[in-house]
Design a protein around this ligand. Structure first.
Ligand code: 2IT
Length: 449
């Protein structure tokens, strides 16, 4: 590996040992771009990599809210404006009790390169709170969102920083956040958030975009292998918005999602999460706030495996679509032992670095990285920003066609970037290189700061 890259990784390990997820993503991205640093000595001269691992701005804020019994609670809010070289900071808000600076920073770092891959003018950001939405009433969620936005609104804006949803933040939360922003600003700036409802500037297809985009990307991979999606079985994780989108598109194209997971275990449905009733039920499960996938097994009479992950199931395609570090080395070994050819990451950093390295060594296995596969979500968010600034609403067909084109281009760019450095069909390195190059060029051209 390039000596400068090694030094920066060591520096990050030393400085951020208490933020393991952040160290993990820096190591993953920077080890891929080592050949680019070899070819561009000016990056070391400008110490570009040390600049890249330091967020432009990151802050915390107090979020105080009252529950239905009249009890007061205090949570921590975060926003990390990681890199604005390509456009306004853009990235989701995550509400989950395990949120701490290391999670927000890993997501913001990933987001910077992912947003670059979309080809659209968006910088990287991320935010959220350690608030736990599970079991909260609608009124409690609303009061929390209003308090969160009251603290955040002066630091964001359509040309400054445009948050969206992530785990624990969906259309309902974005609605409450937007309502409070509008109330505080006294202005119709609907470009300030994406993932809005369709009646007030939300883009059609945005709720589906991450899942649809992931399946479009999978189709590009299959096409490259002269294979087709028809008849394929897919193991997914989670049962949130992303998995829902995958189920819809996979079913439409003749494939079957056979597993879902939750904090309580996983379900196996050999017929596939493939009927409208089943797919709609995912939305109900999520809205219930129970956060249990067993509900699906009870309702549809399929097998439930308590406390287990779905990675031992024999399928054609594995798509970890729930959360970070969901696939460990022991799971990776099971996946390889099952002879699975397609490992398509969907959630942000779903694979530990040792598991990823193991999978990349497997002959005949194709590994696709999440920052490319899930980029359709934020890509359509950028299209939502375009529609808001034009004060227009595009049709679902227009948005879907653009999303499809975007996913094809991301795959193509990754293939070309890896080939340029003699790495063959390496989608992980290709995505990191292609995403990095644009951010690096923009930072260099904008001077040192
Ligand atoms: O991880 C992601 O790309 C998101 N949560 C979506 C971000 C966005 O701005 O739509």
């Amino acid at each position: 590996m390039n000596a400068y890259v090694e030094r920066v990784i060591e520096y990050v390990k030393k400085k951020h040992g208490d933020e393991p997820e952040f160290v993990q993503t820096v190591e993953e991205v920077f080890s891929s771009i080592s050949p680019v640093i070899d070819a561009h000595p000016e990056y070391e001269k400008a110490d570009l990599l040390t600049r890249m691992v330091e967020p432009e701005r990151m802050f915390t804020f107090r979020v105080v809210w009252r529950d239905d019994e009249g009890q007061w609670h205090t949570n921590i809010g975060y926003r990390c404006q990681f890199n604005g070289a390509l456009g306004p900071y853009k990235g989701g808000l995550r509400f989950q009790p395990n949120v701490y600076p290391g999670i927000i920073k890993f997501l913001g770092f990933e987001q910077t390169f992912k947003n670059s891959l979309t080809g659209l003018p968006i910088g990287g950001g991320k935010g959220g709170s350690d608030f736990d939405p599970a079991g909260k009433s609608d009124a409690e969620i609303m009061r929390f969102c209003q308090s969160f936005m009251t603290a955040l609104y002066r630091y964001i804006g359509p040309d400054v920083d445009v948050p969206a949803g992530d785990i624990g933040v969906g259309g309902r939360e974005i609605g409450y956040l937007f309502g409070q922003y509008r109330r505080l600003k006294g202005a119709w700036e609907n470009g300030v958030l994406t993932g809005k409802g369709a009646t007030y500037g939300g883009s059609l297809i945005r709720p589906e975009a991450t899942g649809y985009g992931a399946v479009y990307y999978l189709c590009e991979v299959l096409n490259h292998e002269k294979d087709t999606i028809e008849g394929k079985t897919i193991a997914c994780a989670g049962f949130g918005n992303v998995t829902w989108g995958i189920c819809k598109k996979a079913t439409e194209l003749g494939a079957k999602v056979v597993t879902l997971s939750g904090p309580d275990g996983y379900i196996y449905d050999p017929d596939g999460v493939a009927t409208k009733e089943k797919i709609d039920y995912l939305v109900e499960m999520r809205a219930s706030g129970r956060n249990k996938v067993k509900d699906y097994a009870d309702k549809f009479g399929v097998q439930f495996f308590p406390g287990e992950k779905p990675w031992g199931v024999k399928v054609d395609v594995v798509m970890p679509s729930a959360m970070q570090n969901d696939v460990h080395l022991e799971h990776a070994k099971q996946i390889a032992a099952n002879g699975i050819k397609y490992y398509i990451e969907v959630a942000n950093m779903p694979t530990t670095n040792d598991a990823l390295a193991f999978l990349l060594e497997q002959k005949g296995m194709i590994v696709a990285p999440s920052k490319a596969v899930n980029a359709g979500g934020v890509g359509v968010s950028a299209l939502e920003m375009s529609q808001n600034s034009e004060r227009l609403v595009w049709t679902a067909e227009e948005v879907d066609a653009q999303l499809h084109k975007m996913m094809k281009t991301i795959h193509e760019m990754s293939v070309e970037a890896a080939e340029e450095y003699g790495l063959g069909y390496n989608l992980v390195a290709g995505a990191n290189i292609a995403g990095f190059k644009k951010v690096a060029t923009a930072m260099m051209e904008q001077g040192c700061f």
